[in-house]
Design a binder for this molecule. Structure first.
Ligand code: NOJ
Length: 741
């Protein structure tokens, strides 16, 4: 069969034959994705009567079911009780590890290590498939420049170039070479599209954006996933140009299928088809029709397809061919996953024990966590600590097992996580460690209730704040050094966890002020799912290590870095604002016609109260050692269209520790037909240098790196001068120029 929407593609005979036998009802059944509950529901609805619906051939896939026995039960119902014996797709949100939870994606992105990220995804796929799951609702690649938005935790930050590279590594890691292998899974890139640009950082809110911004800044990671062969795409909740993504034909057909050549299947987000009724696009029948016609193939949880499509065919509003097309795509995915050859291929009851939560997997999770930490400040070189030190370990997150995994780890088990207190004892058994909670994460019981929807993350202590503080200060006064573990509980970020104030909660601010006032050296371990506004803490004479939510090996990994077994190398992938008033703030913003000089000047683009500069720029991250850059060279001064250019730089480790550095390349297009961004990331490489060692690093700018989408959405490079900047973060100053003829 040819394609109704996209270019015609090779068909799969087995799928064709099956389609020929299917009734309209059976085809519609394949478009229905349900969750029987038991896991974490991310909407108000949980599917009912799932078993009888499967028997009636009304279900194409399930999520929220895991483990070979349970999945087998579901699969047997589908295979033994339906006329055509079509197996189910079994999906799950495996966002940062399956049971061996590793750092939240924003943390993982801070490693800038594509091989490691691929390895992480590989591990997640191995564990999830061992538990019977062959379809993953990941990677989440939504670019965002708004840390108020709680889901910034789930993605790779603000940059389209880095985001695209990470999207590809994750797709490769999940899908491997052969989707039918029992340890690979179908990836699902989400949320197409622009979900990270929700107005005011409020989840599920509207998005309105120019095509220029969309194509240049927000779409590249989704496209990169498609280019890497991602098997499925999930739509977003927001509207784009006034039409919600799940019903947006331009997005799902013109762009995704026709222009990008995507040939997998598209699934809605949780009830996002139904939500188009609230968006104001008609009743459930209208919006379901709109979604199908737009190119959506599978309806998650809402059952709008199941309950209205047949009627729409009968009324001539849609054709059976349109349903057949969607069904074909879903069946092709099942075929690719090998389910028609063996519906039980992912169900080996011996695998979970052998392949899940193994020592090797935990070791990888620990390594990934150490690579995700970003050293923001190291006053007096407080860090690393001596392993024999007398340490006051203080803070509401220092011994809080419930908060180690991070948001959206529904398959992980918080009880298996290592706390910081435990990690310190493991890594520095000869240190003297005294612990006190010191403060509540927040004293606000109402706030705590909203955060504790998936379990007790914020536990407001029975003791008064004063008595907790006194206990902490007694310990601090008696120690050589204070380590304060502060920040956000896991569910203070993530889905439906937006905040307008992204500073450290007041209860903890009080604690840190009192600890610093003791005069003892203080190292702050900052845990959060987003950039925080920490101007006040930055002024303090402290060390600051950003650790995100590190996953199951949290405590061990933090101890590895705090005690110097690993020298931190993470770099921020989202700009940190001074205050929320600066949001959106990102490194590639435009220069404006009235750029602000360093010193305040009236009638330039500035604020009266704070400078334009962020608290920490994109790409920022310190090390226990120091790196010196010199000798930036370009292979050519002038290039023609289609030519590449090599950029090399010498980098030397001039400090006292071995260490890794992320060499970053930024490009500035000086003159072009649409206003250029200030700088854009166009290359990076992570290198290891022993102390005293020097290396030459070469990066290649390829023709596409010079291109952008112009006002008619063509991807072009325009002749003129370019500046190349190379160095340690997005403010780097080593510069060379070249001309594109
Ligand atoms: C809603 C979320 O937006 C999406 O990311 C997730 O995959 C689904 N719920 C299913 O859990």
């Amino acid at each position: 069969m040819g394609s109704l929407f996209g270019q015609s593609k090779k068909t799969i005979p087995q799928v064709e034959q099956l389609l020929d036998k299917m009734t309209l009802e059976e085809k519609i059944g394949q478009l229905n994705l349900l969750t029987p509950g038991g896991g974490i529901a991310t909407g108000a609805v949980v599917s009912k009567n799932v078993e009888s619906k499967i028997k009636a051939g009304q279900v194409g896939g399930l999520f929220g079911v895991a483990g070979p026995e349970k999945v087998r039960l579901a699969q047997e119902i589908a295979v033994n009780h339906t006329r055509l014996k079509i197996p189910l797709l079994i999906g799950s949100d495996v966002i940062h590890g399956y049971k061996t939870t590793y750092p939240i994606p924003l943390g993982l992105s801070s490693s800038w290590d594509m091989d490691l990220i691929e390895e992480a995804a590989r591990m997640a796929a191995t564990e999830a498939t061992a538990d019977g799951i062959m379809w993953n609702f990941s990677p989440m690649v939504d670019v965002t420049r708004d840390p108020r938005w709680g889901r910034i935790a789930e993605g790779a930050g603000e940059d389209p170039y880095l985001g695209a590279a990470i999207a590809q590594s994750m797709v490769k890691g999940y899908q491997g070479q052969d989707l039918s292998a029992p340890n690979t899974m179908l990836a699902c890139v989400k949320h197409m599209a622009l979900y990270g640009a929700s107005e005011a950082g409020r989840d599920y809110h509207s998005v309105d954006m120019s095509k220029i911004k969309m194509f240049n800044q927000y779409l590249p990671p989704y496209k990169a996933a498609v280019d890497a062969g991602v098997a499925s795409v999930m739509t977003s909740f927001n509207d784009i140009d006034g039409v919600p993504a799940s019903g947006n034909k331009w997005l799902l057909t013109t762009l995704l299928r026709r222009q990008w050549g995507f040939d997998g299947f598209v699934v809605s987000d949780y009830t996002s088809v139904n939500e188009m009724v609230d968006h104001g696009l008609g009743n459930l029948q209208d919006v379901s029709k709109l979604a199908l016609k737009a190119g959506l193939d599978m309806d998650m949880v809402g059952e709008g397809f199941l309950t209205t499509l047949q009627k729409s065919v009968e009324e001539g509003k849609i054709t059976e061919a349109e349903i057949t097309q969607a069904c074909q795509r879903v069946l092709e995915a099942k075929y690719k996953a090998g389910l028609f050859d063996d519906p039980y291929r992912y169900l080996d009851s011996k695998r979970p024990e052998k392949e899940i939560l193994t020592a090797e997997n935990r070791a990888l999770a620990r390594k990934l966590a150490t690579r995700s930490f970003v050293l923001l400040k190291n006053h007096y070189e407080i860090l690393p600590l001596q392993k024999e030190a007398k340490i006051a370990l203080i803070g509401p997150l220092a011994d809080s097992r419930n908060n180690m995994l991070g948001t959206w780890a529904p398959t992980g088990n918080p009880d298996l996580a290592v706390t910081i207190l435990e990690g310190f004892k493991n890594v520095a058994p000869y240190a003297s460690i005294q612990y006190a909670k010191g403060a509540n994460i927040s004293d606000n019981a109402d706030f705590a209730k909203k955060v504790n929807v998936f379990g007790p993350r914020i536990q407001v202590d029975e003791r008064s704040p004063e008595s907790m503080l006194k206990e902490a200060l007694d310990i601090a006064n008696n120690a050589d050094v204070v380590v304060a573990v502060l920040g956000e509980a896991t569910e203070m970020s993530g889905e439906a966890a937006s905040r307008t104030d992204i500073s450290i909660p007041k209860s903890q601010k009080k604690l840190i002020n009192a600890l610093v006032a003791t005069g003892k050296p203080v190292a702050i371990i900052l845990m959060s799912g987003r950039p925080l506004t920490i101007s006040e803490e930055l002024e303090m004479p402290v060390a600051l290590l950003q650790v995100w939510h590190p996953g199951i090996e949290a405590g061990n990994a933090i101890a590895d870095v705090v005690f110097g077994d690993y020298n931190p190398s993470g770099k921020l992938t989202a700009t940190w604002p001074r205050n929320v008033g600066q949001i959106p703030i990102y490194h590639s913003s435009k220069i404006t016609g009235r750029p602000a000089p360093e010193k305040f000047e009236k009638f330039t683009s500035n604020y009266l109260d704070v400078p334009n500069t962020p608290l920490f720029p994109f790409g920022f991250g310190l090390s226990y050692t120091a790196f010196e850059y010199s000798d930036l060279k370009l292979s050519k001064k002038e290039i023609a269209q289609g030519e590449s250019i090599e950029v090399s730089v010498t980098i030397k480790n001039t400090g006292n520790f071995h260490g890794e550095e992320v060499v970053q390349l930024y490009l500035k297009d000086l003159v072009r037909s649409i206003t250029p961004p200030n700088r854009q990331l166009k290359g990076f490489k992570k290198v290891f240098l022993k102390k005293g060692e020097q290396k030459t690093v070469t990066l290649t700018l390829v023709p596409n790196d010079l291109k952008f989408y112009n006002s008619t959405s063509e991807f072009v490079a325009e002749p003129g001068e370019f500046e190349v900047y190379l160095g340690t973060d997005s403010n780097c100053t080593l510069k060379k120029c070249f001309t594109l003829k």
